[in-house]
Design a protein around this ligand. Structure first.
Ligand code: G4P
Length: 557
């Protein structure tokens, strides 16, 4: 008899309330999304405005204060001790126009880590925020790849139009040519910087005029914010020319003609398939174009999606049995309270406080106690949740990244892929007397997804190679090895910056023979990975050694 069979039938049955509740409505009214951007593009500012529209914050500035306190590495550990911070930095929930929006945070700067990538896999939609003066930047590129891998619809917001910006066509061209992602401009800027006059909203053929003096972030509750600080008029209105000037007016008419020639209606199916991105222009700081964007986003974005299960079945968000998966574990750095928070993305059914579910990996029953959620500014205890919601569980220890939790018949979601790390280092144990603790620490931190671990091909008792996307991941591993396992470690950096999984496996490696300018290692699943100094070396191998076959920036578990 397996452990699963030991679970009493009462636990396996779906709670009655779930049947009574209209799951379809709950799912339909939810939107779960992540904002992907390069640091400084204005994500904090935009988040603040979005929360403001949801009535979740009264004053602009609340999010910024939190971010400011979080930015330094040394503060980070300190902040982790404070209740609620881990929740706030992972998922924010707010209500807007009968919708529940779940905004997943993708940290930037120094705390950029694989968590950032995994968080994207818990989203259903992505908002790509671009600084219009700078265009596409490295972190946006990386996160875009992850969105594409996850098949997410991508919505583009070109920010900071109140500053001198690249030509809108140039921005669209960058997205199309670099990402091979066709664009559809839903609105179109009229000038930029000092001459920024507003946007033309194509679906309604309206011009929304920008007034830098009136920052509608200060609009009162209940006030129609869509017209606060701006005037809306038809593009055919005679007043328009005198309001924006003859030159910009002529340019706008020309642009409209061009846009209409490029394409008429927005193809929503293509948006949902991640094959077309609707593009918006505005200024987060001036709160201009944000509500226009938000309203369109609600209309165009996808509700929480179903997922394929291992073994061929599929789970739909409206299925009554609860299913969810752990996408992030956040450890408390304080050795006195070793509590951790496991973040679970609900995939199907109804989550209920105190419910018992099964962890597919350990096959054990787990009580979902003390679940919490960040609603606006307040951490709240969550009584129920539906597909698309994120819940923070305070009783882990029994969870690892990628774990499926379910009720009813056994369900296993595929593992979250790991992504190409960019920093590599041997982790050396400075105290050989602590070999066991060292191994245990590495295994546990690996299970939590704190870092990726690789080994030399024929390694026996060899030091692990840590692989990360952000420097902070290394620091966290070293600090925790010392604090939690009592092992002093040193790092020996390796001169690599790119990892590629060999899709053809060891056969392809053997067929390729000697590979120059790369080191071959294996990942935790025993799959071959090639480490390179740079992309140029990757291209060289692909060109010179066809036997190696396909190389992938993502793991193939
Ligand atoms: P991030 O979270 O993506 O890193 O960006 P954040 O919102 O912190 O914005 C980065 C900087 O860009 C901030 O300026 C912010 O005020 C500014 N910014 C954001 N949106 C706009 C916009 O629409 N127009 C203009 N002109 N600036 C914008 P800072 O000087 O770094 O900080 P602060 O002194 O303004 O707080």
């Amino acid at each position: 008899m397996s452990i699963v069979d030991d679970i009493p039938d009462a636990i396996k049955t779906v709670p009655k309330a779930a049947v009574e509740r209209d799951l379809g409505k709950e799912v339909e009214s939810r939107r779960t999304f992540a904002i992907i951007s390069h640091p400084d593009a204005g994500k904090t500012t935009l988040t603040e405005k979005l929360l403001y529209y949801g009535g979740a914050i009264q004053e602009a500035g609340a999010v910024r204060a939190r971010r400011g306190a979080k930015s330094a590495t040394s503060d980070w550990m300190e902040m982790e001790k404070q209740r609620g911070i881990s929740i706030s930095s992972t998922a924010l929930s707010f209500a807007y126009k009968n919708f529940t929006l779940n905004l997943l945070d993708t940290p930037g700067h120094a705390d950029f880590s694989e968590d950032t990538y995994r968080t994207v896999s818990a989203a259903d939609n992505a908002v790509m925020l671009i600084d219009s003066a700078k265009g596409l930047e490295p972190q946006t590129r990386k996160l875009f790849e992850v969105c594409r891998l996850n098949g997410l619809p991508i919505f583009t917001f070109c920010n900071k139009m109140d500053r001198p910006a690249l030509e809108p066509l140039e921005l669209l061209d960058q997205i199309e040519s670099e990402f091979n992602l066709p664009t559809y401009a839903v609105n179109w800027p009229i000038g930029s910087g000092d001459t920024f006059k507003g946007v033309y909203h194509r679906p309604r053929r309206e011009v929304h005029l920008f007034n830098a003096e009136a920052k509608d972030g200060k609009a009162k509750k209940g006030e129609d914010k869509s017209t606060k600080g701006l005037e809306v008029l038809s593009v055919d209105d005679e007043k328009l020319e005198s309001l924006i000037g003859a030159e910009l007016h002529a340019q706008l008419m020309e642009d409209i003609e061009l846009l209409d020639e490029l394409g008429g209606e927005l193809d929503l199916q293509a948006v949902h398939d991640g094959e077309l991105t609707p593009v918006f222009f505005g200024s987060g700081m001036n709160n201009f174009g944000v509500q226009l964007f938000l309203d369109s986003f609600l209309g165009y974005s996808v509700r929480p999606r179903g997922r394929d299960l291992l073994g061929g079945d599929r789970v739909e968000p409206t299925d009554e049995g609860f299913t969810g998966f752990v996408f992030k574990l956040q450890a408390n750095m304080d050795p006195r309270h070793r509590d951790k928070v496991a973040f679970v993305r609900v995939v199907s059914g109804r989550f209920e406080r105190g419910m018992r579910v099964t962890n597919a990996r350990t096959k054990k029953a787990v009580l979902l106690s003390r679940p919490s959620q960040m609603f606006g500014q307040d951490k709240t205890v969550l009584d129920e949740g539906f597909a698309g919601d994120v819940i923070g569980l305070n009783n882990p220890g029994s969870f690892a990244i990628g774990d499926t939790l379910y009720m009813g018949s056994r369900k296993v979601l595929p593992p979250i892929p790991t992504f190409s790390p960019e920093l590599f280092a041997y982790l050396r144990n400075s105290d050989t007397g602590k070999y066991k603790q060292f191994q245990k620490g590495v295994q546990e931190l690996l299970g939590e997804g704190a870092v990726q671990v690789m080994y030399s091909r024929d390694a026996v008792k060899q030091d692990p190679i840590l692989a990360a996307v952000g420097q902070l991941q290394f620091e966290v591993v070293q600090a925790r090895m010392l604090a939690e396992y009592g092992v002093e470690t040193t790092l020996e950096p390796l001169p690599f910056a790119v990892a590629r999984w060999v899709v053809g496996g060891w056969d392809a490696i053997d067929a390729a023979g000697r590979i120059f300018n790369a080191q071959c290692v294996k990942d935790i699943w025993g799959q071959p990975v090639l480490l390179f100094k740079n992309q140029w070396n990757v291209d060289q191998i692909v060109a010179d050694t066809p036997e190696i076959g396909e190389l992938s920036p993502f793991s193939i578990p």
